[in-house]
Design a protein around this ligand. Structure first.
Ligand code: C2E
Ligand code: CA
Ligand code: CA
Length: 759
């Protein structure tokens, strides 16, 4: 069957050889027959003919087969010789049937080296791959399945190469097994690349989240850790931008700076807050690297991050334990010292006072001993809350331990007595808050506290000293019978005591008729008295006459200026009424000073109009002197009030003009009658060029606005002349008259009338 198939396949050459064979046999048979049978019959020819055909057929088949084998071998060798791969045929005993010349290129050894030594190839195999190789060789000798093996070999010059070894086995006609081997030339590059890919794939799946975007921030790939941390599946984010994860905790500037760094330095790292798919915001440590392409342009961004929630929480916890009192959550001693150092440094820079208040609960130990620590703890927590409610956000409330609390007040101004007054106000608030009843685990409780205070400005004392002083002051407060405040500085204490006395005295002054008014004349250019300014005087039974500068600012601070000012207005209105029947005084305008806080009273307009009505007087005789400070806070409200009074007929003068804001824009809006040039400009008008210019400017402004202008504090003829020359039309000052008691002022009117010249 095989032969037939072979014949069919190789028809042409078979016929050629068949004819050759038949020809040979027929020639031979003809010679034989001629020799044996002189008269051969056709019968004599049949046997040799059959014989000849058979022999011819066999002969030609054998020849064809032989040729075929030789052709096959030749072709195999020709192909193998040309192949780039190294190909060899190996016998079972290890010797080589054939070795392709490419062996030299791959191994550095010649074909002769292979032919000379059986199993020569095995000797080249890297020791670590030897085991796999041996198994492979063994299997091959058993006529195993075709196989592929990737191993390393050492070349003649000692270099190591990765090769891919393909093998299959054949058995020849005699039953000999041959191994056919083909070896891909050096695949080291491919192996390295595959290894790198494998390593990269492993590295990509780390516990750190990784995302890769293109240059436009479109997400190309994310790893498993990314999905675990963010809660998004990969296909939900691919194609999106990382803006999807923004928490809203960073402003546009944050991202702008991030991009600037990325562009300039190629990388950015830092902590950010992002949002998970479930909406939860979490902190992460993110680093982004820009990956350039061959042209140097950014092709990808690779971001890696880890969730640092746990670390952040731990940090916060450590911070809390280190700096806060676990019971009340107030800053502890360490944080207090830290803040105190900062506050003192700031105080040094700005020249402002600060204060430390030591607060101690009175008889706290009793509560602890009788009701137990649990109840005591409750009180401390409640006290902490109350203390916080008593101070401003920038102040610090700390707990030193036990029932000792500290309040650190900042930014109390540059004036020591005023700072002390603020401390006193804060302390009063604290004493009062702590004094309120408590309900501790169902038990009603009452507690008071003692406070020791110390003021500081800059860093003149060190922190330890300062705290010691506050402690000393606290003991003084306890000595003084508890539930009170004591200052460390005795002069501070004295100043506070003095203020307390002054306040008590001032309250009584109105009731006890210790106030009265003095009148200071106001004149025109011709020297005629055209009005007067009412100036308050306090006749104190012990202190004697107290000048307004000593009590008016204080009265403004503690709010007493309101009833005092009301009294002044009442007396002034009565005086205007009284002067109506006085021939020399009936045309005078009386100026009354009104403080800012008084003017800001809701009822001010109503009260002033009421005084006009009660006394039934000509409102044009009354002029109110306001300072800029009374107007500048809530100017619209001030204008409204002025308009209301103006409609009635009451006039307005702007006092101390030139010392405040003096802005033209608001000046134009105010319904004023007069500007009053401040004493400070008038006093230096002859010696200080700029004061002279200011005075002139004020006169000019008043004129432009259609207002009168009066100069106060005119003490010399030169000053008067200068002002007169520049168009001033009102004067007040010692040159003409000091503020005088009523009778003396009325006497002055008479003198002025008989002699219209200046005194
Ligand atoms: P002021 O409103 O600027 O009053 C003018 C002050 O200048 C008065 O001081 C007056 O005595 C003083 N004075 C007048 N002429 C001269 C002078 O030629 N030379 C000098 N050196 N001083 C002169 P006084 O009476 O001590 O009042 C001081 C401040 O007290 C007043 O300043 C005013 O702000 C306030 N004041 C006085 N009385 C009242 C009042 O009834 N209510 C309110 N709210 N404040 C008042
Ligand atoms: Ca005044
Ligand atoms: Ca003034």
């Amino acid at each position: 069957m095989n032969t037939l198939r072979f014949i069919a396949k190789h028809r042409v050459s078979y016929l050629r050889f068949t004819f050759l064979g038949i020809g040979l046999v027929l020639t031979f048979a003809t010679i034989q027959i001629t020799l044996l049978y002189p008269n051969p019959t056709p019968r004599h020819l049949i046997v040799p003919l059959l014989l000849g055909t058979t022999v011819g057929l066999l002969l030609s088949t054998l020849i064809a087969l032989r040729r075929e084998v030789l052709d096959g071998q030749r072709m195999f060798r020709a192909v193998a010789d040309l192949a780039q791969e190294f190909i060899y045929l190996r016998r079972v005993d290890g010797s080589y049937e054939y070795v392709s010349p490419s062996c030299e290129q791959l191994t550095g050894y010649s074909t002769a080296d292979f032919y000379a030594q059986p199993s020569f190839m095995s000797k080249l195999v890297h020791p670590e791959d030897r085991q796999a190789w041996d198994r492979h060789v063994h299997q091959m000798d058993q006529l195993g399945q075709p196989e592929k093996l990737v191993i390393r070999i050492h070349t003649r010059n000692g270099e190591m190469r990765w090769i891919e070894h393909l093998c299959t086995d054949v058995r020849d006609a005699q039953g000999n097994i041959f191994g056919v081997r083909s070896t891909n030339l050096d695949i080291s590059g491919r192996v390295d690349h595959e290894r790198e890919m494998a390593i990269a794939a492993v590295a990509f799946e780390t516990h750190e989240a990784i995302l890769i975007t293109d240059r436009d921030s479109r997400i190309l790939r994310v790893n498993r850790a990314f999905c675990d941390i963010t809660g998004y599946a990969a296909d939900e984010v691919i194609g999106q931008t990382p803006a999807l994860f923004r928490s809203g905790r960073h402003d546009a500037q944050f991202y702008a700076e991030m991009w600037t760094t990325l562009r300039t330095q190629g990388r950015w790292a830092g902590e950010t807050w992002d949002r998970r798919k479930n909406g939860e915001i979490y902190p992460k440590y993110l680093s982004i690297t820009a990956v350039p392409d061959q042209s140097g342009e950014v092709a990808y961004y690779v971001g890696t991050f880890s969730d640092i929630t746990v670390r952040k929480d731990a940090e916060a916890e450590i911070n809390r334990l280190a700096y806060y009192d676990p019971l009340t959550h107030l800053p502890n001693r360490r944080l207090l010292l830290d803040r105190l150092a900062h506050t003192m440094a700031a105080s040094q820079r700005h020249g402002r006072h600060g204060a430390v208040l030591f607060i101690d609960l009175d008889h706290f130990k009793n509560l602890n001993d009788t009701r137990g620590h649990d109840v005591g703890d409750h009180l401390l927590i409640e006290v902490a809350d109350r203390l916080i409610s008593c101070v401003r956000a920038e102040d610090t409330v700390a707990r030193l331990g036990g029932d000792e609390f500290v309040v650190l007040l900042e930014d109390l101004g540059d004036d020591a007595p005023q700072a002390a007054a603020q401390v006193e106000a804060a302390a009063d608030k604290i004493l009062c808050a702590i004094n309120q009843p408590y309900l501790l685990k169902g038990y009603p409780h009452h507690s008071t506290s003692s406070i020791g205070a110390v003021l500081f400005k800059g860093q003149s004392e060190n922190i330890d000293e300062l705290l010691k002083h506050a402690d000393v002051a606290l003991y003084r407060a306890k000595d003084a019978g508890r539930a009170t405040l004591r200052f460390f500085d005795p002069t501070m204490q004295a100043a506070l005591d003095a203020r307390a006395v002054l306040e008590a005295d001032l309250r009584e002054a109105v009731v006890k008729h210790q106030f009265h008014l003095h009148y200071q004349a106001q004149l025109d250019s011709a020297g005629h008295i055209i009005g007067a300014e009412a100036l308050l005087r306090w006749q104190h039974p012990q202190r004697g006459s107290v000048p307004p500068v000593e009590f008016i600012p204080f009265a403004e601070e503690c709010g007493l200026i309101v009833p005092i000012g009301r009294w002044v207005l009442q007396v002034a209105c009565k005086q205007i009424k009284a002067w109506e029947s006085h021939p020399l005084a009936k045309n005078l305008r009386l100026a009354v000073n009104v403080s800012a806080s008084q003017f800001m009273q809701e009822s001010f307009v109503e009260e002033a109009i009421q005084q006009i009505q009660i006394n039934d007087l000509d409102p044009h005789r009354l002029k109110l002197e306001l300072t800029e400070s009374a107007l500048i806070d809530g100017i619209d409200n001030a204008i409204e009030k002025m308009r209301a009074l103006k409609t009635v007929g009451i006039g307005f003068s702007l006092d101390d003009f030139g010392t405040g804001y003096s802005s033209l824009s608001y000046l134009r809006r105010l319904p004023l009658d007069q500007l009053k040039i401040d004493r400070s400009f008038v006093s230096d008008i002859m010696t200080n060029a700029s004061d002279a210019v200011i005075a002139q400017t004020i006169i000019g402004m008043a004129r432009n606005l259609g207002l009168d202008v009066i100069a106060e504090g005119v003490e010399t003829q030169d000053q008067f002349r200068f002002l007169d020359q520049h168009g001033c039309n009102g004067y007040q000052g010692y040159l003409f008259s000091r503020p005088l008691p009523l009778d003396e002022f009325e006497q002055l009117l008479k003198e002025n009338d008989t002699s219209p010249q200046q005194k």
